[in-house]
Design a protein around this ligand. Structure first.
Ligand code: FDA
Length: 393
C-alpha cells in the first residue's frame, strides 16, 4: 500500500495533523480507540485549550522553539473549530476552557474532520519496522494478525510521551527519532503529585487550601491538596515541572492574608483566644493541628509578642519542604523533555536531517503548564506539520 503520509499515533496531535495533511493520509494506533487521553482529560470534560496561551507558559530546552507553531495556530483557531462543531464550552478558571458536556465531543470532532479530509484510521495496529531509502519510508505494520507493508513520503511521529503506560504510552517516538539520528533530552514525569517517603501528610489527607507554591524560582498561586503519600492539587502539579529530586519547595500558606495585622488586632480584641483558633479563620482546622506539631502555636493570642507574631507569620509564609519523589509516570499528566528540538524546523516540525520525518505533540521537548496548554501544543504542532506536508505535496 502506498500513501503520501503515515501518522504514528491517533492522539491529540496525530488526529489534528490528519485533519489537514491531505487525503492520502493513514493514521495508525495500537489502541482500540483514538484519543484515549482526550477522553479522560479534564475530569471527562477536556480542558482543550487556554485563553492565555503564551510561549512563556511552556518549558523546553529551547524557550523559543514552540513560538512559531503556537502563533500560527492559536487557541482562538481551535476555539473556532469547536464552535463550528457546536460544542458548548465554558471557562472554568484562569482561562481554562472545558466542554460543557463531555470530552468525547472533541474526539468525535477530530474524527469527523479526519474523515472529511479523507484520512484513514487503523486502530489496533503495531509498527514492526520503519526504514527510509532517502526518498520514501517503508513501514511494516501488523493489524488483525496480518502484515502490511506501507510506503509513505512523510512519516509523522505523534505517539506522545511516557506518561501513564497503562493507557498505552510507549517510547516509540523516541526510539524512531533516535534511529534517524535525533537526540532525546532527559525526560521526567511532570504535572505530577510529589511524595514523601515518611507519608507525613497521611493524617491530613484530603485537606485542601490555597497557597503560593514555589520551586526553583517559579511560583504558582493555586490550590494545594494533601494526600496520603504527599502533596497534590494544581499548585503542586504546576511546580512539579520546575522541581527535581533533592530540591526544596516553599509553600506560602497565607496568600492574600495579612496575618501580622490579624494577630495584632486579635491581641487587642480577643486576647484570651487560642492562637490556633485565630489561625482556623484562615486555614483548615486539620492543617492548623498538623502545623502545631511543627511550629509552636499554643497559648493565647494576647500573650504573643510582636517578634513571635513575625516568627509565626514567616513560618507560614515560607514553609519549606523537600519531597522525596513524585508519583512518577503512573499518574503524571505529561512528560517533560523528549525529542531534542535543535534538529527540528520550528515552522514545519520536520527533521532538518531526514526530509519527510515530522515530530509533533508531547513526544517533542515542549511541555505546557497545567490548564489546557498541552493540548494547545498538540493542536498547534499538529497543524504546523500538516501545513508543511500539504505544501510539500
Ligand atoms: P497522546 O498521548 O495524546 O497520543 C499518543 C497516541 O499514540 C495514543 O493514542 C497512543 O495509543 C499511541 N501510541 C503510543 N505508543 C504507540 C505505539 N508504540 N504504537 C502505536 N500507537 C502508539 N492536557 C491538557 O491540555 N488539558 C487537559 O485537560 C489534560 N488532561 C490530562 C489528563 C490526564 C489524566 C493526562 C494523562 C493528560 C492530560 N493532559 C491534558 C495532557 C494531554 O493529554 C497530552 O499532552 C496530549 O494528549 C499529548 O498529545 P499527543 O498526541 O502528543 O500524545
Amino acid at each position: 500500500m502506498q500513501v503520501e503520509t503515515l501518522i504514528l499515533g491517533a492522539g491529540a496531535a496525530g488526529m489534528m495533523c490528519a485533519t489537514q495533511a491531505g487525503p492520502s493520509t493513514l493514521v495508525i494506533d495500537h489502541a482500540k480507540a483514538p484519543g484515549a487521553k482526550i477522553r479522560i482529560s479534564g475530569g471527562g470534560r477536556c480542558n482543550f485549550t487556554n485563553m492565555h496561551t503564551d510561549p512563556a507558559r511552556f518549558l523546553g530546552t529551547n524557550p523559543h522553539f514552540h513560538k512559531s507553531a503556537l502563533s500560527r495556530y492559536t487557541q482562538w483557531d481551535f476555539l473556532d473549530l469547536v464552535d463550528r462543531h457546536k460544542i458548548a464550552w465554558h471557562e472554568k478558571t484562569l482561562g481554562q476552557l472545558f466542554c460543557d458536556e463531555k470530552a468525547t465531543q472533541i474526539v468525535e470532532m477530530l474524527r469527523h474532520e479526519m474523515a472529511k479530509a479523507g484520512a484513514q484510521l487503523w486502530l489496533q495496529t503495531a509498527l514492526v519496522d520503519l526504514s527510509h531509502d532517502g526518498t520514501r519510508f517503508t513501514a511494516q505494520l501488523e493489524r488483525d494478525g496480518k502484515r502490511h507493508s506501507v510506503t509513505a513520503r512523510n512519516v509523522v511521529l505523534a505517539t506522545g510521551g511516557k506518561s501513564i503506560p497503562k493507557m498505552g504510552a510507549t517510547g516509540l517516538a523516541y526510539d524512531i527519532a533516535r534511529q534517524f539520528g535525533h537526540a532525546i533530552t532527559d525526560t521526567r514525569p511532570a504535572l505530577v503529585p510529589l511524595t514523601f517517603s515518611d507519608q507525613r501528610f497521611a493524617p491530613i489527607s484530603g485537606v485542601a487550601t490555597p497557597v503560593v507554591a514555589e520551586a526553583n524560582g517559579t511560583a504558582f498561586e493555586e490550590a494545594l491538596l494533601f494526600t496520603h503519600r504527599g502533596l497534590s492539587g494544581p499548585a503542586v502539579l504546576q511546580i512539579s515541572s520546575y522541581w527535581s529530586e533533592g530540591d526544596a519547595i516553599t509553600l506560602n500558606l497565607l496568600p492574600g492574608h495579612d496575618l501580622v495585622e490579624r494577630l495584632k488586632s486579635a491581641r487587642q480584641t480577643h486576647g484570651k483566644r487560642n492562637v490556633t483558633t485565630t489561625l482556623t479563620e484562615i486555614l483548615p482546622e486539620r492543617l492548623v493541628d498538623h502545623l502545631s506539631t511543627d511550629i509552636p502555636l499554643d497559648g493565647n493570642v494576647g500573650d504573643l509578642s510582636d517578634k513571635r507574631i513575625d516568627e509565626i507569620t514567616t513560618r507560614l509564609r515560607r514553609w519549606s519542604l523537600t519531597p522525596t519523589g513524585s508519583e512518577g509516570y503512573r499518574t503524571a499528566e505529561v512528560t517533560l523533555g523528549g525529542i531534542a528540538t535543535d534538529r527540528i524546523d520550528s515552522k514545519t516540525m520536520m527533521s532538518r536531517d531526514v526530509p519527510g520525518l515530522y515530530m509533533i505533540g508531547e513526544a517533542v521537548d515542549v511541555t505546557g503548564w497545567l490548564g489546557g496548554y498541552n493540548f494547545q501544543w498538540a493542536w498547534s504542532s499538529g497543524i504546523a506539520a500538516a501545513h508543511a506536508i500539504a505544501e510539500r505535496a
